[in-house]
Design a binder for this molecule. Structure first.
Ligand code: NAP
Length: 281
């Protein structure tokens, strides 16, 4: 009997992840047969978890999504990296092939599509504050620059990581005439057209990591988190006159691109996003 193609999301924590629901729905809507699970991975157990998944007897492991905090490790583990994953130094989508693990990063296209297609906001010529310098921030910086952003400030709790991320993207920013800066969370000055919280602060139940002075009336303020954990950031943004948006649209759009990479067909992301919002309420 042939085994079903198997995928999963790996991370820590991972119980909150809506990826299994999204990929099951994508499979239904595109007539694909597959199974998609979530796997919680111990902090020092990522490489072993990938090896275990690939030899799982329940199915043919074809690939996986990687979430917090393993995206850098995932890129390091891959034998082949797409250009966008190489620039990010982080991978959120792995594909298992006979010639080894292929790593890609779909977070950037996910965020850009959510902002431009679902939120209906323009990115070209805008000023954007990117809070965080972890795997998620690394994945979105290149695609934001390519979308024509005028200026990006990367602010992180550990400033050296923000500086390294900016350094890695300096040539791309220069090619697109994007002003790119790194700073400490306390040193962010002025207000922005778009503010993206790419930290794990909401996931950890911590306070919003920047001052409200980064917001102006009409600022689009996005937390990559979704569900109840995003509520604090969204309330904070609305209370200061911003348009608040959670990470659900980005989640569905990055998943749609991963699904395309794995299955060769692009699922109807807008429909699945609407359905997911209805399910979550
Ligand atoms: P990561 O690689 O572990 O990076 C975590 C980042 O958050 C680092 O910049 C870290 O700063 C910062 N941070 C953690 N706790 C903080 C706090 N209390 N205050 C200020 N900064 C804090 O994780 P990741 O993969 O980038 O993921 C980050 C978040 O984005 C997660 O919540 C994840 O679920 C979400 N995400 C959502 C989507 C989506 O599709 N919606 C996609 C990707 C990620 P230091 O460098 O100082 O440690």
């Amino acid at each position: 009997m042939s085994k079903v193609d198997l995928y999963c999301v790996m991370g820590n924590p991972v119980e909150h992840s809506r990826s299994p629901w999204i990929h099951a729905r994508f499979a239904e809507l595109t007539g694909q047969t597959l199974r998609y699970e979530r796997r919680q991975v111990q902090p020092d157990g990522f490489a072993q978890a990938i090896a275990d998944f690939r030899t799982d007897l329940a199915g043919h492991a074809r690939g996986c999504n990687i979430t917090v905090p393993f995206k850098f490790e995932a890129a390091a583990l891959a034998r082949h990296l797409s250009e966008r994953a190489r620039l990010a130094g982080a991978a959120n989508t792995l594909r298992f092939e006979d010639d080894g693990i292929h790593g890609d990063n779909t977070d950037g296209i996910g965020l850009v599509n959510d902002i431009t297609l679902h939120a209906g906001a323009a990115l070209a010529g805008r000023d954007l504050l990117l809070i965080g310098a972890g795997g998620a921030a690394a994945g979105v910086l290149g695609p934001l620059i390519e979308a024509g952003i005028r200026r990006v400030v990367v602010a992180n709790r550990t400033p050296d990581k923000a500086a390294a991320l900016v350094q890695r993207h300096a040539a791309l920013a220069s090619a697109h005439q994007t002003v790119l800066e790194a700073c400490r969370l306390d040193d962010v000055a002025g207000a922005f057209d778009v503010v993206v919280n790419a930290t794990a602060a909401s996931l950890a139940g911590a306070d919003v990591p920047v001052a409200a002075s980064v917001l102006a009336p009409g600022t689009l303020a996005i937390d990559m988190m979704y569900g109840p954990a995003a509520a604090g950031f969204l309330d904070w943004a609305r209370a200061h006159g911003a348009t608040a948006r959670d990470g659900l649209g980005m989640l569905v759009e990055q998943a749609a691109e991963a699904f395309r990479i794995w299955r060769g067909v692009r699922p109807p992301a807008a429909q699945v996003l609407a359905e997911l919002r209805a399910v979550i309420g």
